[in-house]
Design a protein around this ligand. Structure first.
Ligand SMILES: Cc1cc2nc3c(=O)[nH]c(=O)nc-3n(C[C@H](O)[C@H](O)[C@H](O)COP(=O)(O)OP(=O)(O)OC[C@H]3O[C@@H](n4cnc5c(N)ncnc54)[C@H](O)[C@@H]3O)c2cc1C
Length: 377
């Protein structure tokens, strides 16, 4: 694991850091970073060895998302979504579907994304309202997904749709290849406060028809897939992304405290209040790191309390990153406020964490239920 972490850290410094500022300022997807991720095999991390991949799991997913997010939360987030969508195919997809997608990922270095949320049901993405008609071995889709990271960039989108019964909660995971008929993205609708390079644009389906072989698992099994695979990989992934944000905030705040020196020779780090600020940020970054690491370990081993640990890690990392960004902005003073360094970008990126579905508020309620043995959602 240490080797994977070191390699991902170096990769992020070499191939994500150089594009992070432009990604944010120009609201553009980090294409260069993703091209290099493909070259270096990061898209096949979860693909089993017998299918030509690296055969890794939740813990490696977590560490790599964290290391990527340290240099660009946007890049960490979009990479995370790929692993989540792919893992759903690998766990529940037919052999043919797995083979087709894995081959494309390995040979053409393409990646995947998640199109779950809708304008109507918002954070409650497991209640999709797009129209799905099932007939003659085909599935026809009409409707809009509201915020899809890696819009226009991913080769496949994991879409949640009602099954043919139309009963609430009876849902299917579908794979929509990017070149399917009637698919387009409303790119101009994205102007996020933070995570700006993830280009979370609406995805529109107009009589989009796919073969039913692109349905993952038996009809109606989407909810089970969401809770068994999507949730652990996505929620741990977000905990990891926001741990990366926290670690970077701590690094930036410490460096600024050392380097900002007054004319009398006193540095910010010599001031007790600044010492307290740095201590708070550092301790929260460490807490998030080890909570997330433990959550991923527990999830990978299928332990009974894994869900509670994963929810806790995601809630903690999301909330702590907002709080620590606020404090780091204070330490960073006028320079940070004027956009020098990355604290201001990290502050904006941090604010996305609390609203990405299921939102932190929803997860807090779920955690309260999980620890007392109640059914969620
Ligand atoms: C940067 C970014 C990237 C994203 N990427 C993707 C993506 O790749 N794919 C995708 O499908 N979606 C994505 N989304 C969408 C996201 O996951 C949410 O679905 C969306 O932001 C929800 O927005 P909403 O305003 O409709 O939420 P609403 O449903 O209106 O919720 C707003 C707030 O109301 C409160 N709330 C609502 N219901 C409850 C409840 N039951 N209990 C407690 N509190 C509640 C919470 O505070 C919540 O934050 C992304 C969003 C962002 C910001």
């Amino acid at each position: 694991m240490e080797q994977i972490q070191k390699k991902a850290e170096q990769f992020a410094q070499d191939h994500i850091r150089p594009f992070a500022k432009a990604t944010d300022e120009e609201v553009r997807f980090p294409v260069e970073s993703f091209k290099q991720m493909g070259e270096e095999g990061y898209f096949k991390l979860m693909i089993p060895k017998e299918l030509g991949g690296m055969g890794k799991g939740l813990e490696e997913h977590s560490v790599i998302c964290r290391e990527f997010a340290k240099e660009s939360a946007t890049a960490g987030l979009c990479y995370m979504m790929h692993n989540v969508a792919l893992m759903t195919v690998l766990t529940y997809g037919s052999e043919d579907l797995k083979e087709e997608i894995c081959k494309n990922i390995i040979e053409n270095k393409v990646f995947m994304a998640l199109a779950y949320s809708e304008f109507g049901t918002g954070t409650h993405f497991y209640k999709p309202e797009i129209l799905a008609e099932y007939s003659g071995g085909k599935i026809k889709l009409n409707g809009i997904k509201s915020m899809v990271t890696s819009a226009e960039q991913a080769a496949y989108y994991l879409v949640l749709a009602p099954d043919e019964t139309g009963v609430e909660g009876s849902i299917n995971n579908l794979i929509i290849p990017a070149d399917s008929n009637g698919v387009h993205f409303r790119m101009s609708a994205w102007n996020g406060l933070g995570m700006r390079g993830n280009v979370s644009a609406p995805m529109v389906f107009e009589n989009t028809e796919i073969d039913s072989s692109y349905q993952i698992g038996p009809s109606g099994s989407g909810m089970e897939q969401v809770f068994n695979v999507v949730a652990p990989f996505f929620i741990t992934g977000l905990a990891s992304v926001y741990t990366g944000v926290l670690l970077k905030l701590s690094e930036e705040s410490i460096n600024h405290s050392i380097n900002r020196v007054y004319p009398d020779g006193q540095a910010l780090r010599d001031i007790e209040t600044v010492q307290i600020h740095n201590a708070q940020i550092y301790s929260k970054a460490m807490a998030a790191k080890y909570m997330t690491q433990e959550a991923a370990r527990s999830g990978a081993n299928g332990e009974e309390d894994a869900l509670a640990k994963i929810l806790s890690a995601r809630i903690f990392a999301s909330e702590a990153s907002i709080e620590c960004a606020r404090i780091a902005m204070r330490v960073g003073g006028g320079k940070a406020y004027n956009g020098a360094g990355s604290i201001e970008r990290l502050l904006r990126d941090a604010y996305a964490g609390q609203i990405m579905a299921p939102s932190v508020d929803v997860l807090i309620v779920w955690l309260g239920k999980a620890v007392t043995g109640l059914q969620i959602p």
